[in-house]
Ligand binder design. Structure first.
Ligand code: ZN
Length: 317
């Protein structure tokens, strides 16, 4: 028995009203829900844990697996967190997500009893002309923000951006944002499920109910300055997409073969976004294909990848 063996994970699924069919059709997700809005690929959150998909720990939740093999698989960067620090999702926005904002750690720990949420989006695919809201278009006063929420004109003040595959959006806590319809995203975020919904397009669910808004809290935590310019992302085989106080994210492409390496600092989360292959390590091998997520324990050392594939690699900073 070893605690250095990479494991494949099965996600928890969410069928929020804006979800679609692409995670099933294009990412091979097996799930009985009619629509799949999100798959929580790497999750130890109480609202939906991923589970070990195969091997000797099969069926355990990610938390149970970590308990069974020991917290050393997380690496030393995770020691500064009180609980598992990351949450990684695939998101299929067939419809618009609500306009929302997440609190930072200080606010969330005081008011919600969990971490705040800084997140990053990698655009996997999108419809022609798809767009999202990323912060405000200009600096704004709190009064003008509150008025726009009240009058239903908030989206006029937001920074609307057309997206294309490969784009990266870094969303620090406090950034007002909304994923737009027709966008497929890999999201890397802090392990938190706290969202303050500001505007929901006056939508009603099948029972005729609107979803709750959290306007007072949103006004307290929102950043009111113009959103920053977006980074240019290189087209290389190993590209740093984002590094912040919480996580580092890279896009890795393999033509035939290559190596990934997990040192003692952090485990690696590998979400396969195209192609297929085999990851071999000291004690065996794991096959993978588009849509799979692998957890590679810290201190696993070098693992060989065979196959033509692309993956999003995330680790704890
Ligand atoms: Zn968000």
């Amino acid at each position: 028995m070893s605690n250095l063996v990479p494991v494949k994970l099965s996600p928890a699924f969410k069928d929020y009203l804006w979800g679609g069919e692409r995670l099933r059709d294009d990412f091979h997700k097996v799930c009985s829900l009619e629509r799949i809005a999100e798959s929580w690929e790497l999750s130890a959150h109480k609202d939906g844990q991923s589970t070990v998909a195969e091997g000797e720990y099969k069926g355990m939740t990610l938390s149970e697996y970590i308990q069974a093999v020991g917290a050393s698989v997380l690496g030393k960067n995770s020691q500064k967190y009180d609980y598992f620090p990351l949450l990684i999702k695939l998101i299929d926005a067939k419809g618009n997500l609500s306009v929302q904002v997440h609190p930072d750690d200080a606010y969330a720990l005081e008011h919600e009893g969990e971490y705040g949420k800084t997140e990053m989006w990698y655009i996997l695919d999108c419809d022609e002309g798809a767009s999202l809201y990323y912060g405000f278009a200009e600096d704004i006063s709190k009064d003008a923000y509150a008025t726009a929420i009240r009058e239903g004109t908030l989206t006029d003040l937001l920074n609307r951006v057309e997206v294309k595959p490969g784009d990266v959006y870094f969303i620090p806590a406090g950034t007002v944002h909304a994923i737009g319809e027709g966008i497929l995203i890999c999201e890397i975020q802090q392990n938190s499920n706290t969202t303050y919904r500001v505007y929901d397009y006056n939508r009603r669910d099948k029972d005729g109910n609107t979803r709750p808004l959290h306007i007072d809290k949103a006004l307290e935590v929102s950043t009111l300055t113009k959103s920053p310019a977006l980074p240019d992302i290189d087209d290389g085989d190993d590209v740093l997409l984002c590094s912040c106080g919480y996580f580092e994210v890279r896009r890795l492409r393999f033509r035939e073969s290559g190596v990934i390496s997990a040192d003692g600092d952090s485990f690696l989360s590998l979400t396969v976004t195209a192609g297929e292959g085999i990851l071999s390590h000291a004690e065996g091998a794991v096959s993978f294909s588009k849509g799979d997520t692998l957890f590679v324990p810290a201190e696993s050392g070098a693992c060989r990848i065979e196959g033509e594939c692309e993956m999003i690699q995330a680790k704890v900073n």
